[in-house]
Design a protein. Structure first.
Length: 244
């Protein structure tokens, strides 16, 4: 029983590491060779886990071999357009200038019902609103609406665009995230000063603190400190703390 337990842990760690090395992609975004690799290593790992008669190395070596193969294919796809076409295929245009391409749909085994389902998933309920629809190499559908159906943006109304910077978590469970602070151009001393202005004695009293793109520092005390929520405007335009 202990042997089964240890074998399962070893293979789990191996598969976890290999999947992580593949990169962060959802199953729906995997290229065909990535998906085949994922399915194969799952099968290779399951056999040695359940059958102690199979040496553990019989599962480890094939998994590592497949990983090397997958990395080689990824590298070739990155360096060669021809290899990328062979392994990943090419995007297929289903609708061009508002006209359905029957030959492409037949070649891609894509029915009208499949197309309508994908369009509805993108909040498009009228196929006549579509100018272009393209099946990407990972199977997802990209859609460009006709000009009069496209959504307006800020420039269409001559409005000032919003700040497109990211909010950063600067404190989590009492621990300061110095890398996040550095991205915002600040350091620990600056953060400690802001927290004192907000009435917090130490970052250890903070459950969660986030610095927004517009300069608002949002902080929530941990439960033992009452869970108090405060917001401080740290930009030069305005200074002051608000109780939440």
């Amino acid at each position: 029983m202990l042997t089964l337990f240890l074998r399962a842990i070893i293979l789990y760690i191996l598969v976890f590491v290999v999947i992580r090395l593949m990169g962060k992609r959802q199953i729906s975004e995997l290229q065909p060779f990535d998906l085949v690799f994922t399915l194969l290593i799952a099968d290779l790992a399951s056999n040695p886990i359940g059958d102690t008669g199979i040496p553990l190395v019989y599962g480890i070596i094939p998994i590592l071999a497949l990983f090397l193969m997958q990395q080689s294919i990824s590298y070739l796809s990155l360096k060669s357009e021809r290899a990328r076409t062979i392994f990943a295929g090419k995007p297929q245009i289903l609708i061009a200038r508002g006209v359905l391409r029957e030959d492409v749909m037949r070649k891609s085994s894509y029915s009208i019902n499949d197309l309508m389902e994908q369009l509805r998933a993108k909040d498009v309920f009228d196929i006549s609103d579509v100018s272009y629809a393209i099946i990407e190499t990972n199977g997802t559908l990209s859609v460009m609406l006709r000009g009069n159906k496209q959504r307006p943006d800020m420039s269409d109304f001559a409005l000032q665009p919003h700040n497109d910077d990211l909010a950063e978590v600067v404190v989590c469970d009492g621990i300061i995230h110095e890398d996040a602070l550095a991205l915002k151009g600040h350091d620990k001393d600056w953060l400690n000063r802001q927290l004192r202005l907000m009435g917090f004695k130490s970052p250890r009293d903070i459950f969660f603190a986030m610095l927004s793109p517009n300069g608002d520092l949002y902080a929530q005390a941990c439960a033992r400190r009452g869970g108090l929520v405060r917001v401080l405007q740290t930009s030069k335009k305005k200074a002051g703390a608000k109780n939440g």
